[in-house]
Write a protein that binds this ligand. Structure first.
Ligand code: SAH
Length: 210
């Protein structure tokens, strides 16, 4: 139930559902999602559903991760990625397969400890996790070719768009009661924003937690 074959079947379903980016599909096929959830949930790890990871947080459905990465990558080779909201580390592991360097920020220390352990077990070596409030991004190590936020912000944080490299993309859920997926692209002349489909993410929260 947790084999490579199960994972490939999941990827075939995502492809049938409209996901087209082969690099993203290959990344999703290679990450053992069952390692990132509680053992009791491992048998459901390859269903296309969000699952609880403790602390009131959830791991996104594979189709959601795929959609955000396909939009964010837009066929480009991305070198450096910033992820806000490490959670269990699953999306970070998928990101690690499509970029050279992944920087991830998480506000709950206990989730970081677990994510680091599982990422090591999954032999992921190019993800750096920082315990911080990710809303202002990581100005010290910007720019990023792609910024992905896994929690919903009330509006697009201006600091984040400023940390994009030229041609860089920011993908995030925006809204409080109703959320929409938003894509911001840094073009030669500034920023271009597109509002896409309705989504359902946990909210971005302020400050740090143990
Ligand atoms: N990408 C994750 C999804 C986790 S859910 C995964 O694959 O599991 C969203 C995460 O965002 C939660 O872990 C939550 O603690 C975190 N989060 C919420 N607000 C945050 C903030 N201001 N800074 C950093 N992380 C935040």
């Amino acid at each position: 139930m947790t084999s490579q074959r199960t994972r490939l079947r999941m990827v075939e379903r995502l492809r049938a559902g409209g996901l087209r980016d082969e690099l993203v599909l290959a990344a999703l096929a290679s990450v053992p999602r069952h390692l990132f959830v509680d053992e009791a949930l491992a048998s459901r790890a390859y269903e296309d559903i969000a699952l609880p990871i403790g602390f009131g947080q959830t791991i996104s459905a594979p189709s959601t991760v795929g959609r955000m990465l396909e939009l964010g990558r837009a066929g480009r080779l991305v070198d450096r990625i910033l992820e806000i909201g490490t959670g269990c580390g699953y999306q970070a592991a998928v990101l690690s397969r499509i970029a050279r360097e992944v920087h991830s920020v998480e506000r709950i220390a206990a989730l970081i400890a677990k994510a680091r352990r599982v990422l090591r077990e999954a032999r992921v070596t190019n993800v750096r996790i920082k315990h911080a409030d990710g809303s202002p991004g990581l100005a010290q190590i910007a720019p990023f070719d792609l910024i992905v936020m896994a929690a919903a912000a009330p509006q697009v944080p201006a600091e984040l768009a400023d940390q994009l490299s030229p041609g860089g993309r920011l993908v995030l859920p925006v809204g409080t009661r109703e959320q929409q997926l938003v894509l911001v692209e840094r073009t030669g002349r500034g920023f271009q924003e597109q509002r896409l489909e309705a989504v359902n993410f946990v909210p971005l929260l302020p400050g740090l937690s143990r």
